[in-house]
Design a protein around this ligand. Sequence first.
Ligand code: ATP
Length: 240
Amino acid sequence: MSLLEINNLNKKFGGLTVTKDFTITVKQGQIFGVIGPNGAGKSSLFNQISGYIKPDSGRIIFNGKEITGLPPYILCKEGIGRTFQIVKPFGSKTVLYNVAVGAFARTSSRTEALKRAKQVVEQVGLGTRMDVLAKNLTIVDRKRLELAKALATQPKLLLLDEILAGLTPSEVDEAVELIRSIRDSGVTIVMIEHVMRAVMALCEHVVVINYGEKIAEGTPEEVTKNPDVISAYLGDEHAS
Ligand SMILES: Nc1ncnc2c1ncn2[C@@H]1O[C@H](COP(=O)(O)OP(=O)(O)OP(=O)(O)O)[C@@H](O)[C@H]1O
């Protein structure tokens, strides 16, 4: 069953086309990868799915309902959670406080929100740092916090925007396991990622974007062998 369908989506910023006649289907329970060069329009796609920018034309269907152009707070309630490439926690507030803000999307009870926030903080491995101020976290822990904030909203669909950027190889391995466990708990995941090792390990399906257009899609093995993908994005070191 499909959870997210994007049909013929188009978006321009002035003369710059960031999304061109873009169509994909994300199935329930999938880990779906979005790859492509810098500036290809990947984050702009996430911004349209999560309501931060309105498409010029096309349709986005989520969970059987048309959601095109709806604002982020409605889409959050519908079950779309996201992380941002540039993380902006409330720096002078604790980890738990930051995550509880997300939990208030589902409850107005402070006790409930804190309970949910604690669960999610444990889930992402920040259990021992609940009371640390966000500004004092390391890079990897800031990424964990970003993930926890999104999870606290109890999404059906989680959009991850380069969550692995800046992590060491062993931190990437840990994050891969965490992302897999989140999916196994019932959350469908769409991830923008440049760390190809993680894409290969996690994604069942990958779409490749170049200049706002889909240039290939398929399994990670299929797309990484595609000559158009190699010349537009991967370079020759990935060709085998
Ligand atoms: N709100 C905006 N107004 C004008 N131009 C924008 C806006 N948002 C993004 N752009 C431009 O649209 C293009 C696509 O940007 P986008 O961030 O979607 O690419 P990306 O594939 O996510 O790239 P990266 O991998 O570098 O994050 C870029 O040239 C960017 O400068």
